[in-house]
Design a protein around this ligand. Structure first.
Ligand SMILES: C[S@@+](CC[C@H](N)C(=O)[O-])C[C@H]1O[C@@H](n2cnc3c(N)ncnc32)[C@H](O)[C@@H]1O
Length: 278
């Protein structure tokens, strides 16, 4: 486990992923009854953009820093940026901290909602636990995210969202994920699942989509945004999110922000964006 998210915090992929996350949580907030958010690969929850690790590649400059300089934001992006800015209340113009998925979602929860976070890296787990001290609404577990899909599903609330955001350190992680996601959906057929994936070259992604469609008999959306041509397997050219059981009007909502996001995030206006019903 060498992956450390601090090097990538706030980059274009985090921006894409976290905007989807805000939209999904907002859809759950439309009903009064409580929901459960399970984050299987939670990270440390909070990232210091001035740290030496974040400053090394300055990846946030190609992500959240670009969003923060735009004048007219689509409403969903404005909601996301508001969550980021809450963490930077003393320096809103120059962002110094970036929230990971747990802290982003925590800001949106109501008293009746609940959050379960699992993180396998021991140091990261200890940091994450300190972000939510004595918080009864948040369960933080030092646990494997794949096991969490078995241990915590279905939640007692019977409504909610699962974010699966692995580091993709293993070469066969995509095919393991298809099986893990299919089993999780069998355990909880009506849950919303969001699975983030990197895009280097498009052929392996087409195989991944076919496998998902074959194994999961629920509505499946693949939302993708690439910022470079996706024909070289050597670099992160873009990313995507699989949504199982997308909420009502989610597709239209995302459709409305994708062109804007691509224009802002793609440095040379290369790559592509789109939504596919698998
Ligand atoms: C991409 S980061 C998560 C970022 C976070 N979801 C966010 O959006 O802010 C992936 C995290 O998964 C952790 N991790 C790696 N393997 C894991 C596993 N099998 N189970 C749970 N966590 C794992 C890594 O330590 C890392 O913190």
């Amino acid at each position: 486990m060498n992956y450390r998210h601090i090097y990538h915090a706030g980059n274009f992929a985090d921006v894409f992923k976290h905007i989807m996350l805000v939209a999904l949580v907002q859809s759950l907030l439309r009903k009064d009854n409580g929901f459960c958010f399970l984050d299987t690969h939670a990270g440390i929850g909070f990232y210091d953009l001035l740290s030496s690790q974040a400053q090394k590649g300055k990846e946030f400059m190609g992500g959240i820093a670009k969003i923060n300089t735009q004048e007219k934001l689509p409403p969903l992006v404005a909601d996301y940026l508001a969550c980021v800015k809450k963490l930077n209340a003393t320096t809103p113009e120059k962002l110094q901290c970036y929230p990971g998925s747990p802290l982003l979602v925590k800001q949106l929860l109501r008293p009746q909602d609940r959050m379960v976070l699992t993180e396998l890296h021991e140091d990261d787990y200890l940091v994450l636990k300190r972000v939510f001290p004595h918080d009864k609404q948040v369960g933080v577990h030092h646990q494997d995210g794949y096991l969490a899909l078995k241990a915590f599903l279905p939640p007692k609330e019977r409504r909610g969202l699962v974010l699966i955001d692995p580091p993709y350190e293993k070469p066969d992680e995509l095919s393991d994920l298809v099986t893990a996601l299919a089993n999780a959906v069998t355990r909880w057929e009506t849950g919303i699942f969001a699975l983030w994936y990197p895009i280097k070259e498009s052929r392996s992604i087409a195989r991944f989509h076919r496998a998902l469609k074959l194994k999961i008999a629920r509505p499946l959306l693949a939302i993708e945004l690439t910022i470079f041509p996706d024909n070289q397997a050597t670099q992160l050219n873009g990313n995507g999110m699989i949504i199982v059981n997308p909420p009502w009007q989610f597709e239209q909502e995302i459709q409305a922000v994708l062109p804007w996001l691509w224009r802002v995030l793609s440095p040379h206006q290369e790559g592509r964006y789109g939504i596919q019903l698998l």
